[in-house]
Design a protein around this ligand. Sequence first.
Ligand SMILES: Cc1cc2nc3c(=O)[nH]c(=O)nc-3n(C[C@H](O)[C@H](O)[C@H](O)COP(=O)(O)OP(=O)(O)OC[C@H]3O[C@@H](n4cnc5c(N)ncnc54)[C@H](O)[C@@H]3O)c2cc1C
Length: 448
Amino acid sequence: MGVVMPDLIQSDPIPRKVDVVIIGGGIIGTCTALFLAEKGLQVALCEKGRIAGEQSGRNWGWVRQMGRSPEELPLAIESMRLWDGMNQRVGGETGFRRTGIMYYAENRTLQKEHEAWLDHAMKYQLPSRILSPDQMAELLPGMAIRPLSGLYTATDGRAEPHLAAPTIALGARAAGAHILTNCAVRTVEYSAGAISGVVTEAGPISCSTVVLCAGAWSRLFAGNMGVNIPQLKILSSAARIEGVTLPDMPVGAGDFAYRKRTDGGYTIARRNINPYPLTPDSFRLLPEFLPTILKSWREFSLTLNDRFWTEMRVARSWQSDEVTPFEQTRVLDPRPDEKLNYEGLANLRKNYPNMGEGRITHHWAGLVDVTPDAVPILSKVEEIPGFYLGTGMSGHGFGIGPGAGKLLAELVMGKSTCVDPTPFRFSRFTKGFVRNREPGHSKHQGSK
Ligand SMILES: Cc1cc2nc3c(=O)[nH]c(=O)nc-3n(C[C@H](O)[C@H](O)[C@H](O)COP(=O)(O)OP(=O)(O)OC[C@H]3O[C@@H](n4cnc5c(N)ncnc54)[C@H](O)[C@@H]3O)c2cc1C
């Protein structure tokens, strides 16, 4: 049983010259392409596989402001505004609806966290509220568990992952962007110290600006340019169930989560357990990630599996005339943890004993790219003029995709920005740039 696949988008012919090349056709790349193309820039979006084939087509589909960190909240608020108008803007269906979202607080620690977040959110006049169990039951008919309280935001919502990025990509195409699928970017090229283009597997494209939105692949791609993005990957599994009736709004409890889908089913998951497959990068990046690991170790279960050996064998350096890891793995399709999905379903059933049969029709997983502070990188790379990063979305990039794309487009155009970009700057990782080789002149080290 595999992921419910995103709709296929056929590739445009490769253009010879554009203003901006975007690498990666997830929610961040497609939104960036849309906002740049709408402003009249010539854009080529290159996706090695399918639009939304990876994280952006595999996520839970929650679009929330609730629980966002102080750094991200303004971007989340801006994104909700953009989601509201997205269907009309792109002339298609993203599945976006404002349904509200509810979190459960089953213990006092969680309740205190909710209260602290609410204090912070009040500055932004969000309608978020702490609800009593009775108030929760009014909004969630059929719930049997009585948590201490709930945190509820009526203006949050959901969208449909297999529709959203493809629909936005088509909107970007209608605005003039070239959408290239099955088209991996191999290298960024330079002339007189400035970016002069990229080489894709289908040929070169001249450009002066490149935006890297490659999700779980960003660190590998940037590494070949001598740029060290501190980014690790966490496995997140989910399943589609059918044959149940549940409330409309997404709910996140301590040990389950669900969201109503537009195809009549629900996406469910076991919440708050994240298998973390060890890879060679886990050791390379240990100093950067150690504080996070120590703080949140309860949420992560370290696993040593074939992922370690798969990544060990991946080439970390290549030239433009070589087949790259991006062509070798068109779509990253990790094995889901089915046991966790069944656990999530069992916990959901305890909460809604009368929900119906609840049969799992699909299991899938995604590798979530995370930064040491769990805040995205939406930023220029100071040392390489014309090179931008839109990555490290840390497990919550779907909801803020539109805002992130708009911010990146504004940064590229040198315009005033919709939110303060400071929290997202790449330079906060002080060892970010390691010019260990000349850009474009990487030494091939072969597979390891
Ligand atoms: C199970 C799960 C549940 C989640 N739930 C939520 C949620 O409810 N709400 C939320 O906000 N977020 C959620 N997330 C996180 C969210 O899905 C991601 O943060 C977001 O989709 C990241 O988007 P992206 O565009 O950065 O990356 P991706 O969607 O991964 O896209 C990157 C793309 O780049 C392409 N690429 C890579 N290298 C190259 C190359 N060299 N050339 C061309 N193309 C390349 C890849 O093929 C890929 O398609 C969840 C994630 C998972 C896995």
